[in-house]
Design a binder for this molecule. Sequence first.
Ligand SMILES: [Zn+2]
Length: 220
Amino acid sequence: MKGKRPARKRGTFRNPPPNFPGNPELYGDPENWKYPLDTPRRAKLARRFFSMERSRRKYSEEERIYIDNRIDSALERFGIDSEAFIDTVKDSERVPDVVFPDDVDVDTLTLDDLLLHFVGEKRMESSKAIPHDRFEIEKVTDEYIVARVKEYLIKVDIKSRVFAHDCGDWIAWMSKKLLCKHVARLLMTIDPQVAVAVLLDLYKNKNEWTFSSRPREIFA
Ligand SMILES: [Zn+2]
């Protein structure tokens, strides 16, 4: 096997996650029970997740070679062309499509993880380029968020699960319930507890949330 078998990492599973194979050989990273490869879908998810810089940087170059090799062998076994698949991954990353692995415990997700899921890596970068002081924050409580950025307004009614904003990107992605760079930046700026609570609720109860392009029409 090429590369070097990864060492134990902090904050990873010590036992196989529930509903996942008990045989470490069925994982891209057997030592940490990460990147399960027992089904075609999981092998694809492993490829997608392990193609992200934030996943890769947790490993040494030799360890990355080892994991890449195992994932690619699994894809090959399932008859999936990993080269072709990687291209689709790159395309799909132009819109946010960051999927958490099946074994993730959502309550341990950080603000960064959640934002990445809702805005994608590209938009996350442009979001970080917006200075924090560009926001005029009117209200941040457990119930409401109200802020202005440039000519736009952002309003969140947390209890009623209504998210309203009016920039072009927001409107383009609204039906997918994804966030624009303004909203992402605002969530990085306010009390992180409120931001994480909103995003976790949105993640867990996506269908219960209403996205609107008319922030002026929701609560005053
Ligand atoms: Zn926006």
